[in-house]
Design a protein. Sequence first.
Length: 369
Amino acid sequence: MKLRITTLDGDGVGPEVTREAVRVLRTVASLHGHEFTFDPRLIGAAALKQTGSPLPTATLDACLAGDAVLLGAVGSPEFDSRKPAERPEAGLLLLRRALGGYANLRPAISYDAIAAASPLRPEIAAGANILIVRELLGGLYFGEPRGMSSENGNSVAVNTMTYSVPEIERVARVAFEAALKRGRKLTSVDKANVLETSQLWRTTVSRVGRDYPTVSLDHMYVDACAMHLMTNPRRFDVLLTENLFGDILSDEAAVITGSLGMLASATIGGDVDLYEPVHGSAPDIAGCGIANPLGAIASAALLLRYSGGLEREAEEIEEAIESVLNDGYRTPDIAAGGSGYVASTSEIGARVADAVAEIADVRHAYHAV
């Protein structure tokens, strides 16, 4: 397998976690005889400082020419006072739209080894394994009109939530297809009691659901879903929702895992798929060597699964992450109660790479027998 991967380190801890994800991908390539080439480019604050644009043309061209994009993080407080279009985050929104990925997949898994890192009681979070499917190109983040103005001497801000049937249908099918490969249960999240967009969402998802008779479909208001995520997360298998609700709920789901640093994501459905950890740039800990790289490494596993069709290799990375956690290695964000050995970002990356090699060797020996 040959894969051309555009790497966008981005800002803050982005370069640190991306480095470890690339390390693991190089290990996989070496073990299985694949050829992965990496093309590093600028985005976000790093790009603004060097080029004046949060998404330089050269970066976008490289992303569109590759097979997949691996992103670290975007954002820097020094640009917070600028207009939205001049901030680092504008580069990410432009990139998402240009790549065309409309379905954002965000797994949230409770690992037994770090159950103590979650503020939820172990009997609540234990065994939770949720896939959140978030629509990514519609809703309030992209709807028009939007902006700020002045009326009668008062500042007024407007954002518009807009969805069409085709937008809802295509992401719904991604969620139903994912449910077929998991527990065959899908919960669609909306606010249909007050929002017309949600009423259209519910009607469309229900219609699409008739094409998947073996998948159990239920609907839930977003406020109720937020509560159930914290009180009974095991009731969920696949969660489907629109852009804003998905952004909030997937960050809330980090409580189940113990840290935002554990969450991976894949944005699929466009010309080129985008993979990134869910956490932000965390400028307060950038350069300290304590950022959690497991979300970025898990994102690399998703890259192999969805862009490379390399299911075995993706599973080896995911098994390696769990193995490293079971062996007691932790970054500070998941070292609750002083359990385990507190390791640096690079140490965790090296441990996962070593575990991938061990798992691959065991599988090879088994199949050889």
